[in-house]
Design a protein around this ligand. Structure first.
Ligand code: SF4
Length: 375
């Protein structure tokens, strides 16, 4: 299966969170111009005969859009690109922007997977993260999403906050599980260069959780969620059943093509990768001149592709399929990497079985060094 994914970057947030380095602006008055530009970008894009089966509206905060605006984006995509039904259509939502009407509207517009950025069920933690919503609003949004008919609901949580202990984190996980979401993603708080949080760390005003504690929290996450019936299928991602694995994110991990629209969006049509301007104004200026808003592109060498394929595959619990590796690159994985893989297996960081090479949970904690040792 070589179906691709479509990503749409909606570059608006009501307020910037201090830890986040995703591109977004807070001038929501630019929304109509963005939608016009996006439509033009979709029209100008030539994806050839490529077929897609997922659409992901991310950002930014796509749930700041009105349902009619989401419907307009989807209509443009369906008018100009080829899709194979059923298409997974995900909308990332911030609990501070949702209400029964908006949720019903998104559902009616065709969104069939809602991913809610809860981050925490504790007000103190939410305030620390600079989120615009409270824990009560997050709970309300989850209940309302169910009432609006969303049968594929995801919750995002964040861990690795200063002073966060195992008991507190397990309470967060338990709170999420109580809603019975089909999908749970748990992201480690990372210090992205140039963000206010990273500046605070540099100036000694913010002390992230120690590496050892973060490792404990990750392993506790795997134990807790698998113990509650969730399948761990990617470093940060858990699903209640096969049907609820994120198809769109699976596009990235299985090295399939994807096309991104919107400022700062990236695309990958193997072996070419290209990306848009990380500036709404430059993005719109190029489109006003009937030009695709590309900021750069690169063509990956076969060696780069092999490394990326392995690195992305090891993010998933299924790991890298050795037969697929041979088919794609004409290289025998065992011949090329067998000795290094056996050494990593002896250190319990990898497993090699049933024609697949996969990272163990401990290996997932140090994926960069595992990939470097392997390739
Ligand atoms: S975390 Fe989400 S809401 Fe906060 S600034 Fe980043 S994209 Fe916006």
């Amino acid at each position: 299966m070589n179906r691709g994914g479509i990503y749409v970057h909606v570059p608006f947030c009501r307020r910037k969170c201090p830890y986040c380095d995703f591109y977004s602006v807070t001038d929501l008055g630019r929304t109509p111009a963005f939608l016009d530009g996006l439509e033009r970008e979709v029209r100008l894009t030539r994806a050839g005969r490529r077929v897609f089966d997922s659409i992901y509206l991310g950002g930014g905060t796509p749930s700041l859009l009105a349902p009619a605006e989401v419907a307009r984006i989807l209509a443009a995509l369906f008018a100009h690109l080829r899709f194979e039904a059923p298409v997974e259509i995900t909308l990332e939502a911030n609990p501070g922007t949702l209400g029964p009407q908006a949720l019903a509207g998104f559902r009616a517009a065709g969104v069939n997977r809602l991913n809610i950025g809860v981050q925490s069920f504790r007000d103190e933690t939410l305030a620390r993260l600079g989120r615009i919503h409270s824990a009560a609003e997050a709970r309300r949004a989850l209940a309302q999403a169910r009432s609006a008919g969303f049968g594929n609901l995801g919750i995002d949580l964040m861990y690795g906050l200063p002073g966060q202990g195992l008991a507190e984190w397990r309470r967060e996980l338990a709170a999420a599980v109580r809603f019975g979401p089909e999908h749970i993603a748990c992201y480690m708080l990372t210090l992205e260069p140039g963000t206010p949080l990273s500046d605070a760390h540099r100036d000694g005003r913010f002390h992230p959780a120690a590496e050892g504690r973060v490792a404990q929290l990750f392993l506790a996450t795997v134990e807790f969620l698998t113990g509650h019936g969730y399948r761990h299928y990617e470093v940060s991602n858990f699903a209640r059943a096969e049907a609820y694995l994120s198809r769109h994110n699976g596009t990235y991990w299985s090295y399939r093509p994807y096309v991104g629209f919107g400022p700062a969006a990236h695309s990958f049509l193997p072996p070419r990768r290209f990306w848009n301007h990380r500036s709404l104004e430059r993005y719109l200026a190029d489109l006003a001149a009937d030009k695709l808003p590309r900021a750069g592109q690169e063509k990956l060498t076969p060696a780069q592709q092999m490394t990326e394929f392995i690195m992305l595959g090891l993010r998933t619990t299924e790991g890298v399929g050795l037969a697929e590796f041979q088919r794609r690159f004409g290289v025998d994985f065992n011949e090329r990497f067998g000795a290094a893989a056996a050494e990593l297996e002896s250190r319990r960081l990898l497993t090699l079985r049933n024609g697949r090479c996969a990272a163990t949970p401990r290996g997932m904690l140090c994926l960069n060094s595992v990939t470097a040792a392997l390739t």
